[in-house]
Ligand binder design. Structure first.
Ligand code: ZN
Length: 352
């Protein structure tokens, strides 16, 4: 290109104009890139947001153009409203390494109140990411049941209105493949249906996946309804399935991975805790799964702090359980918690 000083006056003007336009385009692109990097509003998911100063913790604050609420990247995550982050981190590590320990012990050891110990436990469990994207290869699909529990209702006013103790079981679906992927889903209270499995596991199997499943039989040798539901689910999803029972197992099939998860969860519920309310059963199921999956603690931690639905999933536990009961239970939901949080209006993803 010709040096600028040798250009004629009109060419200098033209050249400067071109530079100005190029600069403007670059500036706009840069701005767009910067905009795309901004976290969307955790309250309403709007992506058009402004910078809004710095938070006391030194994080960039944003303001949503739609709902006008301000937030940081920490809003909505379990670190929301958290003042003792390093202690909280250690608490999480302890939960993942040592598994369940009584809340009283945890409260004393971490020098926090019993309520905080309870809150932290469930804040962490509500934010965990457990269900793997896809199960591969030989996948064990197992059903299991636990008794329904309204633990915690004794202390609430609702105790007077509680109906007779129910004998309906909580139906669990346990999935485990040979790659250490696993999940436990609380699927229904009452009689398990194929659609209950479908809701949780549809499209979660890779094309090469082959299901093996143990059939449980009654005294007359008739398969339990859960085994029929598993078969029906596999058929309607075009998955290959091999079922076997104690009396009929010509290929010597096994379900030791999934039965291990089953036993882990049952030993936690029956031996380590003094019973778990069905409201929190999914949390304990996720905890059990994560303890056995070979996931690095750093990965668990990163996922925890990136989960912008974590806070909502935790504070809306009662509402989520109510929804679950309405859709998947043959008995009535009774509200036991009336706690209200300052911010419990976060946009909620009802996966848990
Ligand atoms: Zn918003």
């Amino acid at each position: 290109m010709q040096p600028f000083t040798t250009l004629s006056y009109s060419n200098r003007i033209l050249h400067l104009d071109r530079l100005r336009i190029e600069h403007k385009i670059l500036h706009q692109k840069e701005k767009q890139r910067e905009f795309a990097k901004r976290p969307p509003c955790p309250y309403c998911n709007q992506t058009h947001v402004f910078k809004y100063g710095i938070s006391p913790a030194g994080l960039t604050r944003y303001q949503c153009s739609a709902c006008k609420k301000s937030y940081t990247t920490r809003s909505g995550t379990p670190a929301h409203w958290l003042h003792l982050r390093s202690k909280f981190d250690k608490y999480m590590y302890d939960m993942m390494f040592n598994g369940h320990r009584p809340l009283k012990t945890m409260a004393t050891e971490f020098n926090i109140s019993f309520v905080t110990a309870f809150d932290w436990r469930h804040k962490i469990l509500a934010s965990l990411n457990c269900t793997p994207k896809q199960f591969q290869g030989l996948v064990e699909l197992r059903n299991s049941i636990l008794p329904f529990s309204r633990k915690g209702i004794g202390r609430s006013k609702a105790a007077n209105t509680a109906p007779e103790k129910t004998s309906l079981p909580v139906q669990l679906i346990i999935t485990a493949d040979t790659e250490y992927n696993a999940s436990i889903h609380v699927a229904r209270i009452g009689k398990l249906k194929a659609t209950d499995i479908e809701v949780r596991l549809k499209n979660r199997f890779s094309r090469d996946a082959a299901i093996v499943s143990r059939v449980f039989e009654d005294k007359a040798g008739k398969p339990h309804h859960q085994s029929m539901a598993i078969k029906q689910f596999s058929k309607s999803n075009h998955l290959s399935i091999q079922q076997f029972s104690n009396s009929d197992n010509p290929f010597d099939l096994d379900d030791k991975n999934s039965s291990r998860f089953d036993n882990d969860l049952k030993s936690l519920i029956f031996n380590k805790t003094r019973g778990v309310s069905s409201k929190y059963l999914q949390h304990y199921a996720d905890w059990t799964t994560l303890m056995r999956m070979r996931k690095e603690i750093k990965v668990i931690q990163a996922e925890l702090y990136q989960n912008q639905q974590g806070w909502a999933a935790y504070t809306a536990r009662e509402a989520c359980f109510q929804r679950f009961m309405q859709e998947y239970a043959e008995i009535e939901h009774i509200r036991t918690s009336h706690r209200v949080w300052k911010t419990n209006t976060l946009n909620l993803n009802h996966n848990k």
